[in-house]
Ligand binder design. Structure first.
Ligand code: TXA
Ligand code: MG
Length: 340
């Protein structure tokens, strides 16, 4: 009963937008593409709509959600005290893959969106389809990634269908997304603006606009992670366990040989030029650049679920530029595990 309607990625208006707006206004949820990943949207002022988002995803409702807006004028309706640095960030990177945490105006957005915090994350996406939808609707849209909780985020309409068919009424399918990992989340309410989640807009790009930005190191980021060894991470993960591995042909080959001796089928996720004939399955990270890896990461992780691979080996990358977002997600899919 889920309707997947294909629209032009350039945002050309069709009746699909009317239909999506009607559903949203009626308190329903609709999946739509952004430049990062597909979002599952509901009107952010409606408790009932936001509850439906959590229900469809099968996600506990203790996480705050990002609120998407279509015009800069809207920000004053939902937040207060937008400081100079926050404004500069919005001017420089909106529309685009940056979420700015601001002080929320009380009693307007659903409390399920803010999860009881006195702040809210705002973002104006740049994907023409999401902009068209948001502007046509004229309401703020809370939207986490449109995957079942624990699965890799969807970068294609088809991925949303795989996860949420029969759970949501409509998918606006605008083709593959352009960046592939979720937006950068920056908290500008702190003295030194701090990156809470690395993404498409890098620390270097932010510092060029607002000066010093704090990006917690990988170790600091892990502090919130489960302490018990072997405790399963449930983020961005295919069914088979994922292990990170260095980008080193010999290491990859000997890992596959060793796993074959244990009768394990191996899915290898790596840049094109590391494709290895011995792997039972190979899913490409594209050309060997950070941008291509970001673009292909979730698609490759997700593709493993259509195989009978027992183990997934995914090549790691450096943490410069968008690499920090990639490694943040990959470490979560792998539960921090490296193949040794
Ligand atoms: O690219 C994206 O950001 C995608 C697309 C659909 O726009 N959306 C997305 O939303 O990833 P979501 O809800 O899955 O991500 C929310 C992230 C979480 O890491 C959450 O902790 C953080 O933003 N966040 C949201 N509101 C916050 C707040 N008030 N304070 C701190 N962190 C917040
Ligand atoms: Mg998500």
């Amino acid at each position: 009963e889920t309707k997947r309607v294909v629209v032009n990625p350039d945002g050309t208006f069709t009746s699909a937008y009317d239909e999506a707006v009607q559903l949203l206004k009626a308190g329903e949820v609709v999946a739509f593409p952004t430049e990062t990943v597909y979002g599952l949207g509901g009107v952010a002022t409606s408790d009932a709509a936001v509850a439906k988002i959590y229900e469809a995803k099968g996600r506990p409702s203790d996480n705050p959600l990002i609120v998407h807006i279509g015009t800069i004028e809207e920000i004053d309706r939902y937040v207060i005290d937008v400081n100079d640095k926050a404004k500069k960030c919005m001017d420089a990177f909106w529309p685009g893959p940056l979420t700015v945490i601001c002080k929320v105006k009380p009693n307007i957005l659903s409390e399920k969106v803010t999860a009881g915090l006195d702040t809210v994350g705002l973002r104006m996406p740049s994907h023409p389809v999401s902009l068209q939808l948001l502007r046509h609707l004229g309401e703020p849209v809370a939207a986490p990634s449109a995957n079942r909780s624990g699965k890799p985020s969807p970068t294609e309409g088809i991925h949303v269908e795989e996860d949420l068919a029969a759970r949501i009424p409509m998918i606006v399918d605008g083709g593959a997304t352009g960046i592939g990992v979720e937006s950068t989340v920056i908290d500008c309410t702190l003295d030194i603006p701090t990156i809470l989640r690395p993404g498409g807009v890098t620390k270097e790009m932010l510092e060029a606009v607002i000066g010093e930005v704090h990006q917690p190191t990988h170790l600091e980021q892990k502090e919130g992670a489960p302490k018990a060894p072997g405790m399963k991470y449930t983020h961005y993960a295919p069914n088979a366990p994922v292990y990170m591995i260095e980008k080193d042909e010999e290491k990859i080959q000997s890992a596959i040989q060793a796993l074959h001796k244990e009768n394990k089928k191996v899915a290898l996720l790596a840049p094109e030029n590391y494709a290895c004939e011995q792997a039972d399955y190979f899913f490409s990270f594209g050309q060997d650049t950070q941008e291509e890896m970001a673009l292909h990461l979730y698609h490759a992780l997700r593709a493993c679920d259509a195989t009978d691979a027992d183990i997934v080996l995914a090549t790691a990358t450096t943490t410069d530029g968008v690499g920090s977002a990639i490694m943040n997600r990959l470490e979560k899919s792998a539960g921090g595990n490296w193949y040794k």
